[in-house]
Design a protein around this ligand. Structure first.
Ligand code: SF4
Ligand code: SF4
Length: 351
């Protein structure tokens, strides 16, 4: 379960997948409601809780929520920008039973990292935060989102994660939802850049084998087949927004007409089993051709519904990044237009 505790965040990353209309502070679930939801999620069978945002450290009740996870036997992962992670706050979280920290890094070069984050001094504070996590004995994952502004340093980012003492590094290419879709023309890398990045990361995998786990998520637009988004709609994951809506994936609200139920009125088990949004694209019955008769339909589940909506205007369509999709030409046209010669547009920051 992804628990988006807040949309508030000191950074303004242009690739942020949060929606363009962020939930205001006044609409966030309170501590007692989150604690009830965590208990109900554990009863449903949830094993991992990703405490996310926005920046979850913006919530003063974070240690209480971590303690609830620990009491319920839920593995807790703090997904953080590192801004606001002091030694005192980390000690409180560790004492409450926090299991893992995932720290985002915007680039391996400080000046560029700060520009991407839209926050001066962020890079230095992230280095400090990594040091605190490692010193506290908590396992650290470094997460770096690749795009045109940093893709030439894919290998250097892995080296930085090793230097910071991370046990795992996640190199993920930007996914174009929310703010990332608004910034796509500034973020889209060229095919040659993607090939170089893939080769560099593969080389680092061999160089650092046994020292760090390197997860590299390939970029959709440059792939032949899509990924199984969220492991399949309504199959493995649920996402609770700051205001309490439960989504099958973090971008699901971009699909018009879906009815999302809230934890304010329903328990997660009821939402998981019976809510219209979770049942809309579960399994394979909803599929059109070419997915309906494709051998990969239970491998990738037709790809991403939000991407089908964004690019084909139809959430039931085959994900347009698929080479078998009748809409693939739109993806190729966007790649050509956005990665051709010409200056890179300025970022639109979240703030
Ligand atoms: S992607 Fe950046 S702006 Fe968005 S929540 Fe994460 S740290 Fe904040
Ligand atoms: S046609 Fe559909 S099921 Fe087949 S590979 Fe493409 S997206 Fe996957």
């Amino acid at each position: 379960m992804l628990a988006e505790l807040t949309h508030r965040c000191p950074l303004g990353c242009p690739y942020c997948s949060n929606p363009l209309r962020l939930d205001p502070k006044g609409e966030e679930l309170d501590t007692a409601t989150w604690q009830r939801v965590l208990g109900e999620a554990a009863a449903l069978g949830v094993l991992h809780v990703h405490l996310s945002g926005g920046e979850p450290l913006a919530r003063p009740d974070l240690p209480e929520l971590v303690a609830s996870c620990a009491k319920l036997g839920l593995y807790s992962n703090l997904i953080t920008s590192g801004i606001g992670l002091s030694e005192r706050r980390l000690a409180a979280l560790a004492d409450a039973g926090l299991d893992h920290v995932q720290l985002s890094i915007q680039d391996a070069l400080g000046e560029s990292a700060d520009r991407i984050a839209g926050y001066r001094g962020a890079f230095a504070r992230k280095r400090e935060a990594a040091g605190l996590v490692v010193a506290a004995g908590l396992p650290l994952t470094v997460n770096a989102v690749l795009h045109r502004g940093n893709i030439e340093r894919a290998g250097t980012l892995v080296a930085l994660a090793v230097e910071l003492g991370a046990r795992r590094v996640e190199i993920a290419h930007a996914q174009y939802y929310g703010w990332a879709l608004a910034n796509r023309a500034a973020l889209q890398p060229a095919a040659a850049q993607v090939r170089r990045a893939v080769a560099e990361v593969e080389q680092r995998k061999q160089a650092h084998a046994g020292r760090i786990v390197i997860d590299h998520v390939a970029p959709d637009y440059h792939a032949r087949f899509p990924k199984a988004c969220m492991g399949g709609w309504g199959r493995r994951s649920l996402n609770v927004t700051p205001s309490g809506k439960v989504l099958p994936c973090h971008a699901a609200e971009t699909i018009p007409g879906l009815e999302f139920w809230s934890v304010r009125e329903h328990a997660p088990a009821e939402i998981w089993q019976d809510s219209p949004a979770f049942n809309a694209f579960r399994g394979t019955d909803w599929m059109q051709e070419p997915c309906r008769s494709c051998a990969r339909r239970t491998v990738d589940f037709g790809g991403c519904r939000c991407q089908a909506m964004a690019l084909a205007g139809d959430p039931r369509a085959t994900d347009p990044v698929c080479s078998l999709s009748p809409h693939r030409a739109k993806v190729d046209a966007a790649l050509l237009a956005e990665t051709g010669a010409g200056s890179m547009p300025d970022y639109v920051y979240r703030r």
